[in-house]
Design a protein around this ligand. Sequence first.
Ligand code: ZN
Length: 345
Amino acid sequence: MKAYFSPRQAAHRPERSFYNGAFIPPQETAARTERLTAALIDAGADVLAPDDHGLAPILAVHDADYVAWLREAHRRWREAGFAHDVMPNVFPHDRASVSRDLIEKGKVNAQAGLYLGDLSCPVAEGTYEAAYWSAQAAVSAAAAVLEGKGHAFALSRPPGHHAYRDRANGFCYFNNAAIAAETLLKGFKRVAVIDFDMHHGDGTQSIFVERPEVFFGSVHADPAGCYPYFSGFAHERGKGAGLDTTLNIALEAGANDAAFAAANTVLANALCAFGAEALVLSAGWDAHGCDPLSPFKVTDDGFRAIGGLFAAMNLPTVIVQEGGYNLDSIGTSLAAFFSGFERER
Ligand SMILES: [Zn+2]
């Protein structure tokens, strides 16, 4: 299997994050990719540097003003005399009413409230570079699948599924899975994105919510008690032409391997009914019972089972790395998933 990762993705090194009323050390660190790379090599994957596909695949998903702002934000922040990383202290009450004037000529700290959706996506000196190469890993994996490679893995970091078209959110800057899906649409008419990260993929859902040619299914912890809180409920089924191409399954705290597999089976059946020609998996390992963020009790056996489940779909598949924050379990979870996946293939 081909896997894609650039050492430049380590450039994102924020000094801190903000969580439950306190500044905390970042949970989404470059050390994660060291564990995941080791697990990929153990599993026999070829870990390759992504090609540089330029900005076009990113701009196919994200608004140009957001991308341009992210690229310059840290430099402008320092020029404004601010220490630490870029982090907003005010957010627009009505985003849609924000003037073009503020978007084009506003102060960097005002724009931070527009382009950073919460306080877990600070912009550090190397954030744009890392996010750019994280997205290139996803594009390269999608390009390999378009060339007939069957399946490929994008070791994307920072992750992507909370990133919206026009803003960062929840450790995520560019939506790597959405970028992979958009790339696959060059060769396939209908693409499914299935997100089994423990958090709802709110950014991905928002990007494709009105798109009839993209199915989005997510299994996650009940957002009533878990980030991102405001989306991921069962009544969210898509909008307009995309009605009924969104499917959310929220599991209660304590969900085990059987519950996790059952929910993923519902998503797998739905993507078959949708008629997907290609598949993107938003693969997070934070459903694992050992993960510091997890309310679930999923084990490596659960990831092995869903690896087999999605391999049995027999679709061209791009697997995109999302979350997973226990450095001692993310590598074994990834290895278990691929042992199930490769066995079924
Ligand atoms: Zn997550």
